[in-house]
Design a binder for this molecule. Structure first.
Ligand code: PHB
Length: 356
């Protein structure tokens, strides 16, 4: 029977265990330029015993940014920065996929080149505030992308996937979750388009499928994952039928030999769940990576039941660089400090103690 500590093959990789470090935005890239720097090298290297690390979300272009201090994966400086992260991680025996990100309406003109208006599937303003260099500012109305602009967005993902090769990553994860651009197209609360990217499920999934095809021009399919979050309302997003929409998405992503589908299960803040995730798993033809508030016992039983092949842990890996060792030995866990999640220096970043 599989358990959290049994190895699993992923294309040309063998993950030594099924404990994945989930993508975590930490806002500690060097500014200007959004370039990975020395403290980022240490942070990821400390967590090398994870079966797989998914990097913090990395914008595919300057237009894709949505927060201060998040790293990009589009410039030569960023490629060099990530190269240093990956070289050190690999020397410590680890593996990492980069998460490809385009924020869309979850951004602000202050963060975008030439003060541009953020873009989205439709011109629907999210409730809430953007985090800018001058603090919180109300989200503005985004501009609906024209149909003829979408090939350019797809091309940005293709170029970022190429940068990911040059940066020495082991694979890429397409971020199609949590209310960012691809999710803004998938869910019917934010997509009111009447072109071939709106309306039917096939149309709402089209941008994701086209982005995936572009990434597959660069990467072997088993080295590519996709992340979705069917009923997460984070970033003011919703769908009238999350089960139907994401059953369809899971099927649309099948037949391509992908590495995995990474699923944020339930509502991130409240923990509520109404979707039957087994249906999503059954509609997808490769590995299922479960996420959202799993602890060791729950992860073990989920894998033992066959309801997931891997489980990703966010805050637990954030606070416990040696989480694999701690789970193996039932050791006590460090407690994450929310005050140091976003931005700052090494405090709350590279100073969580290991058992040793
Ligand atoms: C965040 O910055 O809080 C954040 C970023 C990406 C996510 C989720 C949350 O997918």
């Amino acid at each position: 029977m599989n358990d959290l500590f049994s190895p699993i093959g992923l294309g040309n990789l063998t993950l030594p265990n099924r404990m994945v470090m989930a993508p975590l935005t930490r806002n500690r890239a060097a500014m200007p330029g959004n370039v990975p720097q020395a403290m980022n090298v240490s942070y990821y290297a400390q967590r090398a015993s994870a079966g797989l690390i998914i990097s913090e979300a990395a914008q595919v272009s300057p237009e894709g940014v949505g927060y201060p201090g998040t790293p990009g994966i589009h410039s030569q400086e960023q490629v060099q920065g990530w190269r240093a992260v990956n070289d050190t991680l690999h020397a410590k025996g680890g593996r990492m996929f980069v998460q490809l990100w385009y924020c869309g309406r979850i951004s602000h003109p202050d963060l975008l080149p030439d003060g541009q208006q953020p873009v989205s599937a439709s011109a629907i303003t999210p409730a809430g505030d953007a985090i800018t260099f001058e603090g919180m500012k109300a989200f503005v109305e985004p501009r609906a992308l024209r149909t003829d602009e979408l090939p350019g967005i797809v091309e940005q993902y293709r170029q970022a996937a190429q940068c990911a090769v040059e940066a020495g990553f082991d694979g890429v994860e397409i971020h199609s979750a949590n209310g960012y651009l691809l999710d803004q197209f998938l869910r019917d609360g934010t997509n009111l388009r009447d072109d071939r990217y709106g309306g039917s499920l096939e149309n709402r999934s089209r941008l994701l499928v086209e982005v995936l095809s572009a990434v597959l021009e660069i990467w072997e399919p088993a080295q590519v994952g996709v992340r979705i979050s069917p009923e997460n309302s984070f970033n003011d997003i919703r769908d009238s039928d999350p089960q139907g929409t994401f059953n369809f998405v899971a099927k649309a992503l099948s037949g391509k030999g992908l590495g995995y589908l990474h699923v944020v299960e339930g509502e991130m803040m409240s923990g509520e769940r109404s979707v039957d995730y087994r249906q999503i798993r059954d509609n997808f033809d490769s590995y299922y990576m479960a996420n959202c508030s799993y602890d060791k016992a729950c992860a073990q039983s989920t894998i033992a039941r066959g309801d997931a092949d891997m489980v990703s842990f966010g805050q637990l890996f954030l606070a416990n660089p040696d989480l694999v060792q701690r789970f193996k030995t039932n050791a006590e866990l460090n407690v994450p400090d929310p005050d140091t999640f976003y931005g700052g220096d090494k405090k709350g970043y590279t100073d969580y103690p290991t058992l040793a």
